[in-house]
Write a new protein. Structure first.
Length: 345
């Protein structure tokens, strides 16, 4: 076990713009006031939330890590990229060896969440969408595995497959360690923010896609999530409604229509897709709420159980939401919703 091989940063280049005049950094900074402390006792709280642009929390630094792959991961061509000079330390880049960061509850409920932070597939947000969310969920009894997944634009061949390879392997690895962490293999949910929401939706719809050759006994385990939480997710990669930075990072600068369709989860929902929980703010300037509308419509058409919460305000990158605003209620709603679905398994 070792920490991931990575450098932290944020894209402040022109390509980092996600909406005219609005950078990912500005959006996350504005959302910083919306990050709230978990409602837990001092004994349960391992660290205060660090905020979107703050340093990685003590709970992140102390978390156990599991290497995803034995040996080199699938694909080749990885190259580290320059990190902007004023990069926040909690935004992870240059991930050559993906890992799971394990957050364990004081009192376990035998349920697990595979957590995928966002970052437009250009970095992985380890702060409010990573450790702070994991701390909130562990206070509710969940064992949380935060995935520091490979970033497709860091030189990888077949870049559009790389995050899904890591996601499939991650959920299999969680199930392989179920006894060790006192987890019920039938109660492993996936939860993703923004581009991590795209990855979670891709796993929920593409769990059976043969994106890498099996390596060991872990790869014989079921990669289908038991449920999926999609928080202000990128869903479609079609130009009208996608987040341009996420699409370009995942697919490259000139993807074919076939490739765009292949990686647009709303086109691949079937009766086998697990139940889904969606959250979006209607004033989101970075990922239009139409992304969640499209996913909800596809789920309903396939008769897949789904619940959606659309908030009037919140923008993008609000993480756990604000204690004095409606969007701060979604973690409790997600917990209640999971409880209903997991009660029958």
């Amino acid at each position: 076990m070792r920490p991931p091989d990575k450098t932290c940063g944020i894209d402040t280049s022109p390509e980092g713009l996600v909406s005219p005049g609005i950078s990912r950094r500005a959006i996350l900074a504005a959302a910083g006031a919306g990050v709230v402390l978990p409602q837990i006792s001092a004994a349960q709280a391992r660290a205060a939330p660090s905020g979107p642009l703050g340093p990685l929390s003590a709970s992140w630094r102390s978390a156990e890590t599991l290497s995803l792959w034995q040996g080199a991961p699938p694909e080749h061509g990885y190259r580290a990229l320059p990190v902007p000079a004023e990069s926040p330390p909690g935004f992870l880049r240059n991930i050559s060896s993906p890992t799971l960061h394990v957050f364990r509850p004081r009192l376990a409920n035998r349920r697990a969440v595979l957590l995928m932070p966002g970052g437009a597939y250009s970095f992985v947000v380890g702060t409010h969408e990573g450790a702070d969310t994991a701390d909130r969920l562990t206070a509710l009894g969940y064992t949380v595995f935060v995935l520091a997944y490979r970033l497709p634009g860091e030189g990888w061949s077949n870049r559009w497959n790389v995050p899904l390879q890591d996601a499939q392997r991650a959920i299999r690895l969680v199930r392989a360690n179920a006894a060790r962490y006192s987890i019920d293999q039938a109660k492993v949910a996936v939860l993703g923010y923004s581009a991590g929401g795209h990855l979670a939706a891709s796993l929920a719809t593409g769990f059976a896609d043969p994106v890498y050759a099996p390596r060991d006994a872990v790869d014989a385990l079921d990669p289908r999530p038991s449920a999926a939480g999609l928080i202000y997710p990128v869903i479609t990669l079609t130009p009208r409604y996608t987040n341009p930075q996420s699409a370009a990072s995942l697919l490259g600068p000139t993807p074919s229509e076939t490739l765009i369709a292949q990686r647009s989860p709303e086109l691949h929902v079937t009766a086998a897709t697990p139940p889904a929980f969606l959250v979006h703010a209607l004033d989101d300037p970075a990922v239009p709420p139409e992304n969640s509308f499209m996913m909800l419509s596809a789920l309903r058409s396939a008769r897949v159980p789904a619940e959606a919460h659309f908030f009037e305000r919140g923008g993008h990158g609000f993480g756990l939401g604000s204690a004095d605003a409606p969007n701060g209620q979604w973690p409790a709603l997600f917990d209640s919703w999971l409880g209903q679905h997991f009660a029958s398994t």
